[in-house]
Write a protein that binds this ligand. Sequence first.
Ligand code: CA
Ligand code: CA
Ligand code: CA
Length: 544
Amino acid sequence: MIARAAALLTAAALSLVAASGAGAARFAVGLAASADRSAVVALLQARGATRVEDLAPIRALAVSAPDAASLHGVRGERYVERLGSRRAAYVPDDPFFAKQWYAVQNRSFDEWADPPPLAGVRVAVIDSGVDGTHPELKGRIAAARSFVSGSALVDTQGHGTFVAGLIAAQTNDGVGIAGLAPPAELLVAKVVGPQRSIPVEAEAKAIRWAVARGARVINMSLGGLRDPSDPSRDTYSRLEADAIAYAVSKGVLVVAAVGNSDQSPAQPWPYASWPAALPHVLGVSALSRKGGSPEFSNRDPQFNDIAAPGQGIFSLLPLALTASHAECLEQGYSSCGPEEYRSAEGTSFATPQVSAAAAVLFATMPTLSGEQVLALLEESAVDAVPANGCWLCVPGRDRFTGAGRLDQTGALDLLAAGAPPRDRYEPNDSGGPSSYPLYGPSRVVDATIDYWNDRDDVYRVYLRAGERLTAALSLGGQAQAGFSLWRPGTTAIGSSGAAAGLLAVRRPGVPLLYRAQATGWYLVDLRMTRPGGGSYRLLVSKAR
Ligand SMILES: [Ca+2]
Ligand SMILES: [Ca+2]
Ligand SMILES: [Ca+2]
């Protein structure tokens, strides 16, 4: 039994951080009644304006320019107005939306002028169950199942209802809060036992159930301690790793909290929890209202992937939990709950905001795979730096916030520009059955790799004794990988030395030639050795 329910810390309420809306500099240039349109166009172009469009019969032009100053004062100009950042036309009508500062920070609804018609997306919440009688969850639950004692539709902890509400509370219904993923259909899997502990067996069965019920996103606001320096207290589970690899093989995105240091041997804690540290899992850390990295949010240079608000979070609570505060008017909401939920904190509550953004991406393009959604979310994240409130952060990826702050509208914009590449050989992150078999005398593999989420790509090739293998690797972009060949029967790829089964190591561009001494499945492992990622081509052929 592993205590995995993330606990909550004392609250802090600070000033609201406005969303950054920097975009392409696009301007409207209003035209005076007497203006000669073609003359104005020529004058603007002479000043460097590009992509000039006449909006006739409206008395205006739309142009691209580095700044407004370069457009002002042209003869015939009536006004210059910046257009790029004006898009937040849709504000949900839920009365408590004003308390959802995190939705503004995440630009959760900025993409649309009206509530968008999006296909339903199943999102599994593997947690303490939900209050199935809550009005905000009415019609939002596709299926529910308990893997511990007690009904999945009864939540005595409140944690699962809070998480589920952030994702899927009824949006734009004039009641309560706005769930961040209007297309989400919840799969409620209850795994938290009576002592707030989570049996790994229940968790694995919940993952299997969620995949069978069509989950595209699995939210895991839970975790077990990870400590590479002390295996005796590290809670790594091969079953958990297998269950998540299974979900990944079905195109599911698993989103997990990096964990809170109040459950760790030291604060702050330098390692993301399991399962956040597993390959292909999107590990989520917390941000303060000012954009900083709260001390409770676990740090990790490799497995902290993205950050979202994790302090002062307002959401649902089971009606049974708020009923004891009968004088409180916001029944069913966290402001009427136990102290720990009044201004809730934790990576637990940052995680469902990222799951919600993932669900909206899947709804927008249902053919996406989990890894593509992961790439969209990370690549669109706004770099957390001192200038936007993270005093500890440095430009680029960092151990406090990973790729940076969740930006849902940024992710949708990125998707509109094209889906990221897909690696159809995943998950292939270790030896044994998870390696990808390359059949036939000659194969060309085009795939992707990255240091943070997909450090290893392992292929297996069957060679008869005396057969010669030729392998060569070429890398695109900023990938920095090497590849190695391992003898049949190797399971622990990564252990170094001949005793572990290592036969050869090569850098990109240096072909590997090997004559098999025994018959069997040999392993070829590509490994990212430094931060970065990109596409590669692997050529493998064999001959007698
Ligand atoms: Ca609502
Ligand atoms: Ca890969
Ligand atoms: Ca891989």
